[in-house]
Design a protein around this ligand. Structure first.
Ligand SMILES: Nc1ncnc2c1ncn2[C@@H]1O[C@H](COP(=O)(O)OP(=O)(O)OP(=O)(O)O)[C@@H](O)[C@H]1O
Ligand SMILES: [Mg+2]
Length: 423
C-alpha cells in the first residue's frame, strides 16, 4: 500500500497532507504552534550551527535575543539566479539546502504520523515562479533538488490553484459540474486558474483538459507589508534624509536602493555588506536627520526587521476586519506609532491591487469564457481575507458567486487529492 505526501511549501506557511487508501488527510506539522496545522516557512541558525525551523525557529530567535541568522520568505529566492549560496556563520548553503531543511522536518512529522518512511511526494508550485521562463525552470529544479535532499525519491509537481480546485471539487454533489475561478492569495504570489470541476467519484484521468487557463503574479501579502513599510514606516529609517558629500554644498538623497531593500524585510541582511555599511556611516556624518540614520544602522546590526514586520503584518491583518488600526513598534529610542486606515492601506497599495486585477482579467480572458459563464469564484490563501481582494471579484462576478473556505489548507489538501493523477 502506497503512502504519498502532499507538501505545500509556502512563502509564509507550509503544510502537509497524507494520501493513503484513497483518502486524504491534512496532518498537523508544527505541533508547538496554536492550531498546529501549519508550519511557518522560517529558519533560524545560531552561532553554534544549530538550525531550527518553524515555530521553534521563532522561539529560539526570540529567546537568543535575535543574535543568530533568521530567514523567511525563502521561497521567493527560488527563481533568483543571482542567489547561488549564502554564508551563515562561515558555512555555505545553497537555496535548495535551506528549503531541504524545512522539507526534511515536514517529512519527519508526516512519517511519525503514519509510522513508516515515505519516499513519494506531490509538491505544490505557483503558476508563475518568474515571468522569465529560464528562471521559472530554475526555481522548480531547485525545489525538486530540495525534495531529493530531504529524502524523497518520487517527486511530482502540481499547480497550487489546481490543487485548491480539487479540494473545492470534493464539496460538490455527485454529478454537479461547475466552471470555477480559483484565486489563491498567499504571501509571495497570487495564483489563478479557471478550471472545470465535477462532484462525485474522483476522476483519475489526466485533468489537463479541464484547466481552461492559468496565471499568476508576484504580488501578494509580502508586497502589501513592504508597501506599508515604504509609505508609513521607512521615514523613521531615513527615507527622506539628506546628506552632503565631502567638499560639496548640495544635498543628496539617501540611495533609494537602500530604502527599497529595507522594505523587503527578508533582504535586510544584504545591507550588512561592508560597502553599504560604510556608505551609511558616511551619510550619518552630514545627515539632516541623524537619528533616522542611527535607526537604520540599528535595524541592520540588531536584526530586528522580523519584529518590525510582524507589527506591520498584524496591522494589515487587522484592517481585514476593521476600518482603522495602528502600527506600534519600539526599540531603544525608536518609538513608532502610525495610524493606518483601511482606505489609506488600499490607496497606498493601489498599484499592487491594479496588478492583481489585470492578472485576474487576463486569466478570465485566456479561458475564452465571459465572466457570466464562470459559475463560482473560490478564494483561498491568507491574503484572500483582504476586503478589497474580495471586492475585485464581486465587481466582476457578482456577490453570489463568491466562496471562501479553508484559507490555509485547501492547497495542501488538493495536493493530496492530486496523487492519483501521478501514481
Ligand atoms: N486576516 C488577514 N488579512 C490579510 N492578510 C492576511 C490575513 N491572514 C493572513 N494574511 C496574510 O496571508 C499571507 C499568508 O498566506 P498563506 O499561508 O496562504 O501564504 P503562503 O501559502 O505561505 O504563500 P504562497 O502561496 O504565496 O507561497 C501572509 O502574507 C499574511 O500576512
Ligand atoms: Mg500558498
Amino acid at each position: 500500500m502506497q503512502i504519498v505526501f502532499g507538501i505545500d511549501f509556502g512563502t509564509t506557511n507550509s503544510a502537509l497532507s497524507v494520501y493513503q487508501n484513497g483518502t486524504v488527510e491534512v496532518v498537523a506539522v508544527d505541533g508547538t504552534e496554536s492550531g498546529g496545522e501549519l508550519m511557518r516557512s522560517v529558519l533560524y541558525f545560531n552561532e553554534e550551527h544549530e538550525v531550527f525551523a518553524g515555530h521553534e525557529a521563532i522561539h529560539q530567535y526570540v529567546s537568543d535575543g535575535a543574535v543568530g541568522r533568521f530567514m523567511q520568505s525563502i521561497k521567493t529566492f527560488l527563481p533568483n539566479t543571482s542567489f547561488v549560496t549564502t554564508e551563515i556563520f562561515g558555512k555555505r548553503y545553497t537555496i535548495d539546502d535551506l528549503v531541504a531543511i524545512i522539507l526534511r522536518k515536514i517529512k519527519a512529522r508526516g512519517e511519525a504520523h503514519v509510522g513508516c518512511s515515505v519516499e513519494s511526494v506531490v509538491m505544490g508550485r505557483p503558476v508563475v515562479f518568474s515571468k522569465d521562463a529560464a528562471k521559472d525552470a530554475v526555481a522548480e529544479q531547485r525545489l525538486e533538488k530540495a525534495a531529493r535532499k530531504a529524502g524523497f525519491k518520487n517527486i511530482w509537481f502540481q499547480y497550487e490553484p489546481v490543487a485548491a480546485a480539487l479540494t473545492f471539487e470534493e464539496s460538490l454533489k455527485p454529478g454537479e459540474e461547475r466552471v470555477v475561478f480559483i484565486g489563491d492569495f498567499g504571501g509571495g504570489t497570487s495564483d489563478f486558474s479557471v478550471i472545470r470541476v465535477k462532484g462525485g467519484a474522483f476522476d483519475r484521468s489526466d485533468r489537463r483538459s479541464d484547466v481552461l487557463s492559468l496565471g499568476g503574479v508576484y504580488v501578494a501579502g509580502d508586497k502589501f507589508d513592504s508597501q506599508i513599510m515604504w509609505d508609513k514606516v521607512a521615514h523613521h529609517f531615513g527615507r527622506y534624509a539628506r546628506y552632503k558629500t565631502m567638499g560639496k554644498d548640495d544635498w543628496n538623497s539617501i540611495p533609494k536602493s537602500i530604502i527599497y531593500t529595507l522594505c523587503q524585510w527578508h533582504r535586510i541582511p544584504l545591507l550588512r555588506a561592508r560597502k553599504t555599511r560604510e556608505l551609511i556611516r558616511v551619510i550619518k556624518g552630514t545627515a539632516d536627520d541623524r537619528r533616522a540614520i542611527e535607526h537604520l544602522e540599528n535595524i541592520i546590526s540588531d536584526n530586528y526587521g522580523f519584529f518590525l514586520f510582524q507589527a506591520i503584518e498584524k496591522a494589515k491583518c487587522e484592517l481585514s476586519g476593521q476600518e482603522m488600526t495602528r502600527i506600534d513598534f519600539k526599540d531603544r529610542d525608536l518609538n513608532i506609532t502610525e495610524e493606518l486606515s483601511r482606505e489609506e492601506f488600499e490607496t497606498l497599495n493601489g498599484d499592487n491591487f491594479q496588478q492583481i486585477a489585470s492578472c485576474i482579467d487576463e486569466v478570465v480572458s485566456k479561458s475564452g469564457l465571459q465572466t457570466a459563464q464562470i459559475d463560482t469564484v473560490f478564494l483561498t490563501g491568507g491574503t484572500s481575507r483582504i476586503p478589497l481582494i474580495q471586492a475585485l471579484f464581486t465587481e466582476r462576478f457578482g456577490r453570489g458567486k463568491l466562496e471562501q473556505r479553508n484559507a490555509f489548507t485547501s492547497v495542501v489538501h488538493g495536493l493530496g487529492s492530486s496523487v492519483p493523477l501521478f501514481v
